[in-house]
Design a protein around this ligand. Structure first.
Ligand SMILES: [Fe+2]
Ligand SMILES: [Fe+2]
Length: 480
């Protein structure tokens, strides 16, 4: 069969010859109604009948893999798509480096692999739940469509992980697949597994921050798992990364357009001082210091997703050949790291110091550093927008010790520039660093829906180009 082509004949589109795999096909068909119930209960609130101009994957080739059309979201063709197999692929790192990549789960690593897949899987529906009410306050039809595109694809990513669970993990896999539909973001009794996925996404700036920072954590995790010696996981993640690029784009351009609109309004009104917050807010745009606070919040929450800087779990997953480093295949070393070190920021006697740790246990730190580099590219682009407007203000990522709940700095407080604070000073200054209730209320007040094609809310600029090269006044969502 042609692996690049996706079979759309059956109930579940796929390129894994599901028709010939009766057991897994039945298991997925049984899981399907529960998924649809979850989508109807927890997916976008209020737009399930609307026609949304969405892309659907029809191939796994790097070029021309998607088609665009108007679809009702519950009718989206969620499918199972693996990137093409690489002939002769070997385990690229760890103790099994050079052995043929595994097509079945290696028995000794079964529990570890299952946990990796379940944690990844849990994040996918969580973000849909977090974003479910945002359609009602979309700043334009263009943005609304992007939100729904991200949502249906996170749904597909859940399918991707559920396929692996059903195909390779028997009864436990089936139970885990059920669990993925049962946990709920923010629920007191059955929350999602990771902190950032239980936070609220109360407004559209939060959504853009989420897709920029938290989806980017997803990108880094997928990159690390795309290196996996367990070939089905590698191929699954490789294709998910193709979709994930759009989520990153939505976040980066969403924040960029917000920054741009603020700068335009300031210039037009002759306001030079970015700290003149009241005057800027009266223009119906979000002041730059508040955007910085939102950035502080979302970046620090995202850093927590990488886990402890020093971690034996990370070392074990690498040694086992299950989870590699960011772009492992491009790194020039022995890919086993038994004798290497990596610098880690640690808290020693109340001071932040860089110390060398064994590279294997420092893998979370390393992935987090790659993540920070990736984030900084976006920050640089936003700062160019501010600079071009002639406004003296620079956005910056906060220090790693700022507002952390996991890892070395979880028990201390620090400013965004990394100066340590005692609890009293932190309590006093917290609202200067993180969005306050008043900031939240102001942003919420701006979130009025704009549903006329080609029109945008006061606080955000129009995009430079449309989706699928559509003109500016294209009706991306036909609201029913
Ligand atoms: Fe995803
Ligand atoms: Fe995503």
């Amino acid at each position: 069969m042609n692996i690049a082509r996706v079979d759309y004949d059956g109930l579940i589109p796929n390129n894994v010859a599901l028709g010939q795999d009766v057991r897994v096909k039945r298991a997925l068909e049984k899981w399907h109604p529960g998924y649809l119930n979850w989508w109807n209960d927890m997916g976008p609130d209020g737009f399930q009948e609307s026609l949304v101009y969405l892309r659907t994957a029809v191939s796994v080739e790097s070029k021309g893999w998607a088609v665009f059309d108007y679809i009702r979201m519950p009718e989206y063709r969620w499918g199972i798509l693996l990137a093409p197999a690489v002939e002769g692929r070997v385990v690229p790192f760890g103790a099994h480096k050079g052995e043929p990549a595994w097509q079945e789960v290696p028995g000794e690593y079964r529990a570890m692999l299952r946990r990796l897949i379940v944690i990844q899987g849990d994040t996918e529906p969580a973000s849909v739940e977090q974003q479910r009410h945002l359609g009602k306050t979309a700043p334009s039809l263009y943005d609304m469509r992007n939100l729904f595109q991200v949502n249906v694809e996170e749904g597909r990513h859940l399918w991707a992980m559920v396929y692996l669970l059903h195909k390779y993990f028997g009864t436990d896999g089936r139970d885990e697949a059920e669990g993925l539909l049962q946990r709920r973001s923010g629920d007191v009794d059955t929350p999602r597994m990771l902190g950032a996925f239980n936070e609220k996404t109360p407004d559209w700036l939060s959504f853009f921050m989420f897709t920029f920072f938290v989806d980017r954590d997803g990108k880094l995790q997928l990159e690390a798992q795309a290196q996996s010696g367990f070939d089905p996981l590698s191929r699954t993640c490789r294709f998910m990364l193709t979709e994930e690029a759009h989520h990153m784009f939505v976040g980066e351009t969403g924040i960029g357009r917000t920054v741009q609109r603020t700068c335009e309004a300031m210039v037009q009104a002759g306001i030079n001082d970015p700290d003149n917050i009241d005057a800027v807010r009266r223009l119906g745009v979000i002041d730059l210091p508040t955007i910085q606070k939102k950035l502080n919040l979302h970046y620090s929450l995202a850093l927590d997703l990488f886990g402890s800087e020093v971690s034996t779990n990370a070392a074990n997953a690498f040694n086992a050949g299950l989870k590699g480093r960011f772009q492992e295949h491009r790194l020039k070393d022995d890919h086993q790291l038994q004798n290497d070190v990596y610098p880690v920021l640690k808290l020693i006697d109340g001071e932040i110091r860089r110390v060398d740790e064994p590279a294997l246990t420092a893998l979370n730190m390393r992935l987090r550093d790659d993540y920070t580099n990736d984030c900084n590219k976006g920050v640089t682009r936003w700062n160019k927008i501010i600079e071009a407007a002639g406004i003296k203000f620079e956005l910056a990522l906060p220090h790693v010790a700022f507002h952390r709940h996991i890892g070395e700095f979880r028990e201390v407080q620090a400013t965004p520039t990394g100066e340590m604070l005692d609890e009293a000073a932190w309590a006093k200054k917290k609202d200067d660093f993180l969005p306050s209730d008043a900031d939240g209320d102001f942003i919420t007040g701006l979130m009025r829906p704009v549903v006329e094609p080609g029109k945008f809310a006061s606080w955000i600029a129009a995009p430079k180009v449309g989706i699928d090269n559509k003109p500016g006044d294209f009706e991306y969502v036909k609201i029913v």
